[in-house]
Ligand binder design. Structure first.
Ligand code: ACO
Length: 428
């Protein structure tokens, strides 16, 4: 029997239906609230607000559970590759071998960029952050492919999704090559998704480049771990922008902007900068933790804390282990990993972090891997964006297919001036 809650307000009572998810989360359906009572709800940061019903990703922040389409992240990280996970997120199920071959083949055949993109990147200043370049370049896809932008045309959507997945590594690598003044490399169709990205990032036309399989696997793993995370800031941005019925490229371009912020995906760059600061200035890990507690220099302990995870972030556990494995296999010893481990140990025992349930998140160790394999810090968030792409696409598509679809348009509680009398300029 459908359950409901009763709300008593201003001497009246109304019924609010209760919606229950497949994993037992419960929500009050307040859709009729304003019409029936004149009230709205106020929830800054949307910490208590569900914006949609979704079948894509399940997180239990208290138990540290993350599943894509029902599959535990630990199993996908161990057995899948990134393109398989992308298929899972976008199509809703794991592909069979034939489906996977078709999908991979199509992605591989769309990796090249229009030659005019060389000029596009060429016009950007050398010190352009790769996230600025990627956001602009993805937005520009709607200019280059203006013939297939209709969100309601399945053929347009399929080609746009494949183009986006295929071209994003090329764009990210071009953004990097432009910043260091090296020539752009064409994609190589004989390589897998991650190996091709590494080739375009680190290869040069002067000599052959073979990606180290350890590094290729590490990048693929990081992409899988970043592939979706339900209604986070950038995904909600993609949905909100897309709800205006604008095309997929414009929506994802906005999501890249949201991800760039240091409170979100940009934290991975900030973590490595924090570790380098501690190393270079000879600050002890303990002193840095104290600074973060005092909020000094607006310092937070970057890579710590999460809106949803209040126990541990399962992605962090996988990345921490991968971090040790990769560094050992590459024979790399880095002081940054030592500092990270020390910071983590101190913070996990500190009352400030314990009371606030602040634990290391996905970004805490990822930068140490990127750094060890020679990736410049300003590319970390761009690689995160590559990984998050299938999630953004899946969420965008789910929103458009939702029978409850509506343009996203929150309300507000106005607290400004009440009616003022206008005074002409000369009288002020
Ligand atoms: N270091 C020190 N104190 C922190 C930290 C931190 N990293 N994170 C939160 N706090 C404190 C806050 O000061 C606040 O303390 P108070 O209650 O005394 O005022 C309390 O913990 C709650 O913090 P909020 O900012 O209210 O928590 P919220 O859920 O809104 O923010 C966020 C989550 C943005 C991730 C936050 O923890 C943070 O800024 N972390 C550092 C940046 C980071 O690592 N971001 C990546 C997140 S994962 C991702 O997006 C991919």
């Amino acid at each position: 029997m459908a359950r409901s809650a009763e709300l008593h307000l201003d001497g009246r009572s109304i019924e609010l239906p209760i919606i229950e998810g497949s994993e037992g989360e419960r929500a009050l359906d307040i859709r009729g609230l304003r019409d029936k009572t004149g009230y709205i709800t106020l929830d800054p940061g949307y910490a208590n607000t569900g914006s949609c019903q979704s079948t894509i990703t399940f997180i239990d922040g208290e138990k540290g559970i993350l599943r894509y389409r029902g599959y535990p992240i630990e199993e996908l990280a161990e057995h899948s590759n990134f393109l398989e996970v992308a298929y899972l997120l976008i199509e809703g199920r794991l592909p069979n071998p034939q489906e996977f071959d078709n999908f991979e083949g199509s992605i591989t055949r769309h990796t090249m960029l229009h030659e005019d993109f060389r000029r596009f990147f060429g016009f950007l200043p050398k010190d352009t952050h790769p996230m600025a370049a990627c956001s602009a370049a993805v937005g520009a896809l709607s200019a280059f492919y203006s013939d297939s932008l209709d969100p309601h045309n399945p053929r347009h959507m399929e080609i746009s999704v494949h183009r986006l997945l295929a071209k994003m590594p090329t764009m990210a690598a071009y953004a990097y090559k432009h910043s260091i003044g090296q020539p752009f490399l064409y994609p190589r169709n004989d390589l897998g998704y991650s190996a091709n990205f590494l080739h375009m990032m680190f290869g040069t036309p002067c000599e052959p480049y073979e990606a180290d399989p350890v590094i290729e696997k590490a990048i693929d793993l990081l992409l899988i771990l970043h592939a979706d995370h339900e209604q986070n800031c950038s995904t909600s941005t993609v949905r909100l922008v897309g709800s205006s019925m604008v095309n997929l490229f414009a929506s994802i371009s906005a999501g890249i902007g949201a991800l760039w912020g240091p409170s979100h995906g940009g934290a991975n760059q900030k973590v490595i900068e924090m570790l380098e600061e501690i190393r270079d200035e000879g600050i002890s890990a303990r002193e840095f933790v104290e600074r973060a507690k005092r909020g000094e220099d607006t310092a937070r302990l970057m890579g710590f804390g999460h809106r949803v995870y209040k126990n541990f972030d399962p992605r962090m556990k996988i990345i921490k282990k991968a971090c040790f494995d990769v560094l050992e296999k590459l024979g790399v010893h880095t002081k940054l990993l030592e500092i990270a481990v020390e910071l983590e140990e101190i913070a996990l025992k500190d009352d400030y972090f314990v009371e606030r349930k602040l634990y290391p998140n996905v970004d805490f160790y990822s930068g140490v891997i990127y750094n060890a394999i020679g990736t410049p810090a300003n590319m970390f968030t761009a690689i995160f964006a590559l990984g998050r792409l299938p999630g953004w696409i899946a969420q965008w598509s789910e929103m458009h297919a939702d029978p409850d679809f509506k343009i996203g348009r929150p309300r507000q509680v106005y607290t400004g001036e009440t009616l003022l009398e206008y005074q002409p300029l000369s009288e002020r």
